[in-house]
Write a protein that binds this ligand. Structure first.
Ligand code: G6P
Length: 469
């Protein structure tokens, strides 16, 4: 554990880099997956703080390090804890529960016990790294007990919490056997941030129903000695928009985009999906819609290709294994039925790619398909928009992604309505240049103005104001 102390501490389950031992027995660090890291990395690079989190492998006990200009403190997890706290309670209980029970959440008491134990370890690590009166910003559903645990140990700290995923309506949340403990854990924070106003409202309702505390607009009155006021409010997260635009303007990346188009046979339309391979992302719904359009002859395999990047995720959790099998079966069927020697219907890639390559793909794609069944925000939608400095490209966006609250000029769809989704895909493929530009310009204004720097400064500004309350 670090002996240094910091005025600004970020705590998240994952560090921005995963530890990958290489063949020669040496150490290598690889960027870690997901929207949380995408958003927080630029914030941490700009701040002189420390990031506390897990290095992505079981049984490692690593020393604090500096990577990419950031101070990192690894928190160890044993193989059992990876199974019970991470794969179990975080990703097989909370994840499906918070995403509207798209998959069935499983409730196991031993998973909960491990969640409590690991949250305590993260709280201890944060308490050890925080200077007197420091600001600690805890991230996401894996660590909801940390704010309460930290407040008990270190009442001098100012504590923020941000939930990157949705917070479910009370009718769903109330299934959780440990619903009261989680709400109490979160209320240890001074400011609790959510992606959407609806999420903040759901949380406040849970507080009223479970604890009977009074709420007024964004304030929650927590009785005690002294009584406290906790803020629960929406702060929609974003990306480092300018850096995506900058990459997209680079000659080598534009050349790579042309190369991708050529490798795909220069079709009239390239459609793109980019997701972690997760059941919340509606990949199956997207494939079904595309397959039916080919079947009905409303799009032709010679004209339209779908590139689906599905990066590996949580592969030891059974629901994710089943999903992979289902998706790969569907891709195989559609390709078998519709591909020709010269034209493949779906180009399926089960890999993660570096950011340069992603931006080239965004530039190459005429239509971006984001069909999530439920998603806290969906930063891929914002990345696509930020990359399109040419004001071209069409974003098809699920109304169940948090991004839909902001990106009103996308083609908004309900992914459960397969006929509606098919019509929107056809509309996107046929959209006139004038309409594409009008929509993309409006989307770009929004994404470039509301970037991740604004998100973090708004949240941290509110947290700072809470010191004076
Ligand atoms: C989402 C979550 C993050 C998580 C990421 C990747 O973006 O909000 O907390 O880190 O997915 O998932 P993983 O389980 O690989 O960390």
């Amino acid at each position: 554990m670090t002996s240094e102390s910091y005025d600004f501490v970020v705590v998240s389950n994952r560090l921005p880099v995963d530890y990958e031992p290489d063949a020669s027995g040496g150490a290598a660090w690889k960027p870690s997956p997901g929207g949380l890291v995408t958003a927080l990395q630029p914030v941490m690079r700009a701040a002189d703080g420390v990031w506390i989190g897990w290095a992505g492998k079981a049984g490692l006990d690593l020393e604090p390090l500096v990577a990419d200009g950031m101070h990192l403190v690894p928190v160890p997890l044993s193989a059992d804890e990876v199974e019970l706290y991470y794969e179990g309670f975080s990703n097989d209980t909370l994840w499906p529960l918070y995403h509207d029970v798209i998959a069935q959440p499983r409730y196991h008491r031993v998973w909960w016990d491990s969640y409590v134990q690991v949250n305590r370890r993260f709280a201890d690590a944060a308490a050890a790294a925080a200077a007197p009166d420091a600001t600690v910003w805890v991230q996401d559903y894996q660590l909801q007990l940390v704010p309460g645990m930290l407040r008990e140990r270190r009442p001098d700290l100012t504590i923020g919490f941000f939930n990157h995923i949705p917070f479910p309506p009370y009718g769903i949340y109330s299934q959780l056997p440990w619903r009261t403990q989680i709400v109490e854990g979160l209320l240890g924070a001074d400011v609790i941030g959510f992606q959407r106003t609806a999420d903040a409202g759901n949380f406040q309702r849970a507080v009223r129903r479970l604890l009977g505390y009074q709420t007024r607009q964004t304030e929650i009155h927590v009785p005690g000695d002294p009584p406290r006021t906790v803020i629960a409010k929406a702060y929609p997260i974003s990306i480092d928009s300018a850096s995506y635009e900058e990459l997209a303007r680079r000659d080598d990346i534009q050349a790579r985009a042309r190369e991708i188009r050529a490798d795909l046979g220069n079709p009239k339309t390239i459609m793109l999906g980019v997701d972690r391979l997760d059941y919340t992302k509606g990949i199956g719904h997207r494939l079904k819609a595309f397959g039916e359009l080919l079947e009905e002859g409303r799009v032709a395999v010679e004209d339209v290709v779908l590139v689906q990047v599905a990066s590996p995720s949580r592969e030891r959790v059974e629901t994710y294994r089943q999903l992979r099998d289902e998706i790969e079966l569907t891709v195989g069927r559609i390709n078998g039925d519709h591909s020709t020697i010269g034209h493949q219907a779906i180009n399926y890639l089960h890999h993660g790619y570096p950011r340069d390559e992603m931006v080239a793909l965004y530039l190459a794609a005429d239509v971006m398909l984001v069909t999530a069944l439920r998603d806290g925000m969906n930063l891929v939608a914002k990345e696509y928009v930020a990359s399109r400095h040419d004001d071209d490209g069409v974003l098809v966006l699920s109304e169940f992604a948090g991004a839909a609250d902001e990106l009103r000029n996308a083609l908004l769809i309900n992914p459960h309505d397969i006929d509606g989704l098919k019509s929107s895909i056809v509309q996107a493929v046929r959209m006139s240049t004038t309409e594409r530009r009008r929509r993309m310009r409006a989307l770009r204004r929004r994404v470039l103005e509301r970037d991740v720097a604004l998100w973090s400064s708004t949240f941290l500004g509110e947290l700072e104001a809470s010191r004076r309350r």
